[in-house]
Design a protein around this ligand. Sequence first.
Ligand code: SF4
Ligand code: SF4
Length: 480
Amino acid sequence: MVDILIVIMAVVFIIQALLGLHFFISSIWEHEKRASLFSGLQFFVMLALLIFYYYLLRIGFFQTTPGTVLLALAFILGICAALIFLRRTEPNKKALEGTRGYIVGTVKRFDERAHVFARNRSIRPDSEQYRTFYEEHPELEEFDAKRRERGGPIGHPGIIDRPHEGPNVAATLASLSIPFHLSTPEKYRPEQHPELKGKKMALSPEEATLRVKGYALNIGADLVGIAEVNPHWTYSHRGEIFHENWEDWGKEIEVGHKYAVVFAEEMGFEMIGPAPHTPTVMESMGDYAKGAYIATQVAAFIANMGYSATANHLRHYDLILPPLAVDAGLGEVGRLGYLITKEYGSRVRLGAVTTDLPLVPDKPVDIGVEHFCSLCKKCAVCCPSNSIPMEENQAETNGTLRWKLNDQTCFEYWGKVGTDCCICMRVCPWSHARTFSHKLVVELVSRNAIARRIFTVMDDLFYGKKPKPKAPPKWAEYGP
Ligand code: SF4
Ligand code: SF4
């Protein structure tokens, strides 16, 4: 019996030391100085324990009564710790219902005309739209006028990184043009290819789901889910104008599709690390371009099978995507207002295609985000414009429970730096690179409430309460 315990504990010490070594090496690879220091210390403590264990074994300590008692105690403690950390604690029933779990009152559909982006770039000061909009919203006129002086949604692109006319801005603007080109009606709401002669293909919902998800993943999506469209998350009226389609401004939006194919693309860890500097906006715009490409192609694929489909991507949204992604089972919305996925944390961009093609919806997930965010608050502490609420619990906004971001102060900061900031995304503990160590932590926190408490503290210890921007990859370096 003692021999079996000796072998089990030796295996446990070896696994611990190997995990410590892996974390140490991956922290160096991630260029996380503080985490490298602490994980290095952690590894050497584990190594010392292993060596000490070997020493006790060599001198025959475990064959003595105190040695056997110590071994048995360590074994029992290990079993208890495993049971405490590995068990699935009480699930979050609200999260398992998707966005419906968070509806506590009357939800009014959001008018896209009131969105900060639409107000910034789609209302001309000398137009009829301007007059009617600010008659209804006089409280917004002064802020919007001042903000327009700073330029479009990202102000003067890259102004934080002087000289801001550098290659990173050139790359950002190159990507930005793609969604614009794919925002023409024949692209975002495509017709069937004439070659297919109006044929409607008969597919079971299971087969259609398999084919559409597989196609989206094959052309570059990293995660795909299916949701039934909840009209609450449909914009009520069109507010974004492009290609001079002024006649659409203020039109009521009718989706008319039952299903949505929602996809996420991972945003590169190395490119988000320097946020709020230009690599982050280069990455965002590149991902929006990729999202426009995926959404447009998925819509065309579905249209070619004889069904109606509409691509939703930057510059053309019928729906608000984070709640749609929650209903499609891709993740939960965090305190910072972005979707948090188990696979990539908040480092994702979303796109979607709505359709009447019958599909099989996915189930919403509970990965522990609401509880984690109630403890963490790191994004709120680090936000330079204090736009993220600090309160522990979500509060009711427009009939739903959530942490409500101040979109105006956030948008104002974007104008100042000339990027989409992304500091909140960078510092979020869910955004770490998906190395084996981080995957293990995500697995634990997504199932266990005690692990959430421990790892919010550990994240501060290993990465700091206010982590600094990291150096960009060499090819995306910015000014001094
Ligand atoms: S993007 Fe920047 S300014 Fe906006 S909420 Fe996040 S941290 Fe704050
Ligand atoms: S930083 Fe913390 S509080 Fe903010 S979204 Fe991420 S986990 Fe939630």
